[in-house]
Ligand binder design. Structure first.
Ligand SMILES: C[S@@+](CC[C@H](N)C(=O)[O-])C[C@H]1O[C@@H](n2cnc3c(N)ncnc32)[C@H](O)[C@@H]1O
Length: 419
């Protein structure tokens, strides 16, 4: 097709009459799009596809069950010729042209006065791509832009202040263990749309520097035993900012619902009438051991695991070393935990790994046994944040010393560091 200049514009079809000639799949696609835009759609066709019949049965469009006649274009704002029969589509386009009505001829783009771009909607953003008459090229470009918007890598945030500000919202986003690549696509997108980010100390903090300069970042990070912003105040900030009309992202480390008080935050928002979305995250309980090459279950070594905080009753967990125990916030109580687990039946030779700063450049892995780990941890001054893994699965780590390792698991993964 010759390269023709076009004039992009967006039609506002709410309540306006639009004609679709044809009863097949192409006509159904056009009718759906027109109905989404609020148009009053009339379909002229002797028979309807299932999709069109469903729309008609649902009372969403009018159907003239017959062949097309020239007077069908009368009074229309916009016309689609989509019968699949070139002579009929050309006749529809010619009638529309004579009546000075914009039309799309699905059989012959060159005789169309209007072209259909490749379209996608993300939130309230619509993307429409024309690519020199090459529809597959337009679709590929449309898909690429839509994917980039969905994943938050394009600036989706609203800039225009609404004349009647609506109430904002809160998203509790699980940011994963810290690496920017381990947040979900949904979480990344909500972050790109946020006006206010209420941030933890852990999680993908490098993403914060990529936000617009006018996005407000409220730091509420805690360390074990030190909560500079108490939980009640965090809850209040979320509600206050949302009620001021902001899109608030509560960016949390790991998963919001795993030892992260996300449940309390969600309940507090709902109790105060604030919309809240919870976006799951990759919990450190599972991912940080993986960063050290430790699977929490492994055929022949462990079928189950218990996740527990260092403050809880460790003597209540199953005693066999084939049941993995994962301890978060467990460094301050490590000595006591080791004693409890040994006494509860695991024995001094049960393997233990401590992974500090998982996925960070300063990640460090210390591996020993219940009999040795307390002294090892003290010697290298192990500190939070760290995940403690207790059980036979530690033997699978490429970092396990030869006396503990079950097999040669190949070369050390790039991300791993020895103490
Ligand atoms: C308050 S808990 C929050 C857990 C979080 N909701 C999750 O699902 O991962 C904080 C604890 O998670 C663990 N943790 C989180 N990120 C970590 C990381 N990158 N490396 C090591 N431990 C981490 C540490 O045990 C830390 O003390």
């Amino acid at each position: 097709m010759a390269n023709v200049d076009i004039y992009p514009a967006s039609l506002r079809l709410l309540g306006r009459s639009v004609l679709v000639v044809g009863g097949g799949e192409t006509a159904a696609g056009r009718a759906k799009g027109l109905l989404d835009a609020g148009a009053r759609v009339t379909v002229v066709a002797p028979a309807l596809s299932d999709a069109l019949a469903a729309l008609h049965d649902g009372g969403l469009l009018a159907w003239e069950q017959r062949s097309y006649t020239s007077s069908d274009v009368d009074g229309m704002w916009f016309v689609h010729a989509a019968t699949g029969i070139p002579d009929v589509d050309d006749a529809v386009a010619a009638d529309a042209e004579a009546a000075r009505i914009w039309s799309v001829n699905a059989s012959d783009a060159s005789s169309s006065s209007a072209w259909m771009p490749a379209v996608a909607s993300v939130d309230d953003v619509k993307i429409a791509v024309n690519a020199g008459g090459d529809s597959r090229r337009a679709q590929a470009l449309r898909n690429a832009v839509a994917t980039a918007l969905e994943s938050g890598s394009l600036p989706l945030r609203r800039r225009k202040v609404s004349a009647s500000p609506s109430q904002g919202s809160v998203a509790l986003v699980g940011g994963g263990p810290g690496d920017a690549g381990l947040i979900t696509v949904r979480g990344r997108r909500l972050l790109a749309e946020a006006d206010v980010v209420v941030a933890d100390r852990l999680g993908p903090r490098s993403l914060l520097s990529g936000l617009d300069a006018d996005v407000r970042i409220i730091e509420v990070g805690k360390t074990p035993g030190h909560h500079p912003v108490p939980q009640e105040e965090i809850n209040a900030i979320l509600v206050r900012e949302a009620q001021a009309g902001n899109r608030v992202v509560r960016l949390k480390g790991g998963d919001p619902y795993i030892l992260g008080r996300g449940g309390e935050e969600a309940i507090h928002c709902r109790e105060n009438g604030v919309d809240v979305e919870v976006v799951p995250g990759v919990t450190s309980a599972v991912s940080v051991p993986a960063a050290a090459g430790i699977p929490l279950t492994h055929r022949g070594l462990a079928k189950a695991f218990t996740l527990i905080s260092g403050h809880e009753d460790l003597d209540q967990v199953p005693a066999g070393s084939d049941h993995t125990v994962v301890i978060l916030m467990g460094i301050g109580t490590l000595n006591q935990s080791v004693k409890t687990l040994s006494a509860a039946g695991r024995g001094a030779d049960c393997p233990v790994a401590i992974i500090e700063n998982g996925y960070a450049p300063n990640q460090r892995v210390t591996i020993g046994t219940l009999g040795t780990i307390a002294a090892q941890a003290a010697a290298v001054r192990v500190a939070n944040p760290a995940v403690v893994v207790v059980g036979d699965v530690v033997r699978v780590s490429p970092l396990a010393p030869p006396e503990l390792a079950t097999a040669n698991y190949g070369t050390q993964p790039k991300t791993l560091t020895h103490p």
